[in-house]
Write a protein that binds this ligand. Structure first.
Ligand code: ZN
Length: 229
């Protein structure tokens, strides 16, 4: 087993390099600390709210799931709670209900997951399908990030601190996804702003990347400690 970890993050720069080679038998035990989430054979997270969206299609290569994209969203912007985001992702939002919804008429988008302010998790699209969250985007020279990514929306805004239960759920999700999809790693988690910098700012300055990496690395440390002997 080889586990090498390096992480640094500041308000303006961040980088993470993670090399993790685990035998499959140990990979299944990769669940120390936090809540154990599992991706089922159907590519849905077990035990979380399901809100199926038709805003998805086939991935160009279903086996290529190699990037996690973190987003921030709230509808109306800055107002938390309620069902507007779920309605938006399932084409059932009443766009006359608020002036800010006028731009959303006819827009068909989705994400795989939505993490509410309470930490509640909602899944809209199975991970082996392509959700429509990234739009025109590019990662490491490769365009069309929806093809090969998993999109996770956090309920929030660019400048309001995200809630502790949201970080806890996000870390649980990342660990569960890394256990299931071998091409994922901590070095392949980006913000929407990273892959569409001309158009997008989410999840914004409010998102604490060090907290995400630190939480995930702590889980890896737990794992290493448990298998030291
Ligand atoms: Zn976004």
């Amino acid at each position: 087993m080889v586990v090498a970890l390096e992480c640094s993050a500041t308000a303006t720069t961040r980088s993470v390099t993670v090399l993790l080679e685990l035998p499959d038998t140990l990979r299944h035990d990769f669940h120390m600390g936090g809540r154990m989430l599992n991706v089922g054979a159907d590519h849905w997270l077990a035990g979380v709210e399901r809100c199926p969206s038709s805003n998805c299609d086939d991935r160009t290569d279903p086996a290529d799931i190699s990037l996690i994209v973190v987003h921030g969203i709230s509808l109306p912007p800055g107002r938390f709670g309620g069902d507007a985001v779920k309605q938006f992702f399932t084409n059932s939002l009443d766009c006359a209900a608020h002036p800010s919804f006028g731009d959303l008429v006819g827009v068909r988008v989705s994400a795989h997951l939505f993490v509410e302010r309470t930490g509640g998790i909602v899944q809209f699209v199975p991970f082996d399908r392509r959700a429509w969250h990234a739009g025109v985007s590019r990662h490491r020279g490769r365009a069309g990030c929806n093809d090969f990514s998993i999109g996770i929306e956090l309920e929030g805004t660019d400048d309001a601190a995200y809630e502790t239960p949201q970080y806890e759920s996000l870390i649980d999700i990342v660990i569960a996804l890394m256990r299931r999809y071998n091409s994922l790693s901590l070095s392949e988690i980006v913000g929407h702003n990273d892959i569409a910098p001309e158009r997008k700012t989410d999840p914004g300055e409010a998102f604490d990347w060090a907290r995400l990496y630190g939480g995930c690395l702590a889980r890896l440390d737990d794992f290493r400690a448990a298998h030291r002997h």
